[in-house]
Write a new protein. Structure first.
Lengths: 338, 338
DNA sequence: TTGTAAGCGTTATCAC
DNA sequence: GTGATAACGCTTACAA
């Protein structure tokens, strides 16, 4: 007999409580399948020993980790940070933990991350947007790991997704802007290759222009990376163009905040001289001055519903439904009629 | 003999490659400890079967998950979102994955989360701030899970921490403000029970006042929860007091942004009528107008260094050193002499 | 309600 | 360089 320095195991607990390991396991996992007295003994033994179950052994026997992976562009953008926070909160309420990986908007990193999170035992995955290689879906299927797509709702896709229609949302907003008499427009966008949300937003503006008979040459389209300084630089570039727009759409609020700052620096008055429109409706939007007209995106709701869908699928086998949430225009101080 | 529908195991690979499971395991984990020809056979078998190693079994045998947990107040505050992002990036570069839990600033939730993340197999933990029950440290030790403390550097604590001295940082800033002639001060703070960062920041202001001979009655101290609207409400309350401050410190930039907004609503000019000072230096700070005078906190650096420290500890057994980073005042438009 | 015992799929220690 | 084989600590039929 040797002194035990290692962490206590189920067997140690069972020994101290005077029951079998099976009973201890049950006392932990299904407390009400065990007599109250027995449970008490087990609990005492557990706290006396400072026992905590071995993760690997548990995973191996139960064949699930109670862990769900999320792969997002970046937590630095509040819209994802909030969505993730809501996702994690809801997951936690159901006994699941969140694993995080981020692509930094480099979508080619995503595949490696999916593989890695699965190798880390993720029971399911949260993915942003629809645009990815079909191989990946096959891999997910082969590994039997369900994935839910958020942040974008694509009516043409069969895959379970919880999001909103980026094109329709931007289309709505653009119609209102055109209605106000704006005919010279601009869009400061994220890069649209491999970012379906940005692509759809661009399409939304174009569709609205077409609806109202504006030629597409009336849209000055700039692609850049997300960031305040990038938004500012793009705005400056727009102001240098031979024809200035009277309304500048931005792919998100961060770009819009940058544009707004640059407008102030250039002595251009918003919204009297020019209108600026954001997208996302994050904190930034109502902290800048004038407060930003933007498209409100239900980020928290998306995160929460995605978590619920995955938990339901994992626990009840209920296939997630496709949910098309509403994103709607919010009119604040940066938009005015021509 | 039955047909196999389940995912292939090491044994299947070994069978197909005509070698032992030990060799397959070595071929995967230590490729150069295996003859080139053998490795080739194994790799062929792996790809032919679409084999991928079982996480639970691997964890159980290897006794590590290559997973590190982070417990933070909330990702909704950009300062934590960014720190986390940097933490996760660095972790990923070293082959580790991040598990996340959040307390919503309710520190009594933390203990449960620590237990849960450990039960989820976290090899190590990132914790925010120093104030927690000593039991928890004992538990961590018993479980043999290292933890690093960030966001606060406490010179009096022995525990490994990577952060900055919240009191000293606020002290520096307050000295400068007092130097400018401000004698009636206010502080809109987070609740200081169980939030050592907020407590230290408060102490920093008080210390500066004492240094310069200002009576502590000259500080109007308000505790509230973090949020833009909360900051606005607190600011309104300050303006209703019989004696108005000429400089308002805020526990973070979010509160400061709220205060700034309320000032505008009340027709109070910043910085001519009143100065407002933030803390953190997040994006918000240079997007509001006037841009916020605030204390720059090296959030990304903290996250990165914390990741590095943990990885070094886990992989090389190198004990983390205590690192006291510098947080320094940034002077922008919201502060002016009396 | 509880106990017995058979896995689960790796890794790692030995021999060879 | 390679192969047997013994852990690893839990869950879960099945039996009592």
């Amino acid at each position: 007999m040797t002194t035990q320095y290692s962490t206590p195991t189920l067997e140690d607990v069972a020994g101290l409580a005077g029951v079998s390991t099976a009973t201890v396991s049950r006392a932990i996992n299904f407390p009400d399948k065990v007599a109250v007295k027995t449970r008490q003994k087990v609990e005492d033994a557990i706290s006396k020993l400072g026992y905590s179950p071995n993760f690997g052994a548990r995973v191996m026997a139960a064949r699930q980790t109670k862990t769900i992976g999320a792969i997002i562009p970046t937590m630095e953008n509040a819209v994802f940070a909030r969505g993730l926070q809501a996702f994690q909160d809801e997951l936690w309420n159901h006994g699941y933990t969140m694993l995080v990986a981020s692509t930094g908007y480099k979508d080619d990193k995503e595949e490696e991350q999916i593989r890695s999170l699965i190798a880390r035992g993720a029971d399911a995955l949260l993915l942003i947007g629809h645009s990815r290689n079909a191989d990946i879906y096959r891999f997910l299927e082969a590994q039997n790991v369900p994935a839910i797509i958020t942040w974008a709702f694509d009516p043409t896709s069969e895959r379970p997704s919880i999001g909103f229609d980026n094109k329709a949302a931007m289309h709505d907003m653009a119609l209102q802007v055109i209605e106000m008499g704006h005919t010279q427009l601009a869009l400061i966008s994220a890069e649209t290759t491999s970012n379906d949300r940005a692509l759809e937003r661009h399409r939304g503006v174009l569709a609205a222009m077409q609806d109202r008979g504006l030629p597409i040459q009336n849209l000055n389209f700039i692609e850049t990376t997300y960031g305040i300084d990038e938004g500012a630089a793009a705005f400056a570039q727009l102001m240098d163009a031979p024809i200035r727009p009277t309304a500048v759409f931005c792919g998100n609020d961060v770009l819009a905040a940058g544009a707004l700052r640059k407008a102030r620096e250039l002595g251009i008055e918003v919204p009297n001289d020019i209108s600026i429109i954001g997208f996302d409706d994050i904190e930034l939007a109502h902290v800048v001055h004038p407060p930003l007209t933007t498209v409100h995106v239900p980020h928290r709701e998306m995160g929460r519903l995605a978590a619920l869908a995955l938990v339901n699928l994992l626990q009840e086998g209920k296939q997630p439904e496709k949910i098309n949430l509403k994103a709607h225009p919010i009119f604040r101080g940066t938009l005015a009629p021509v």
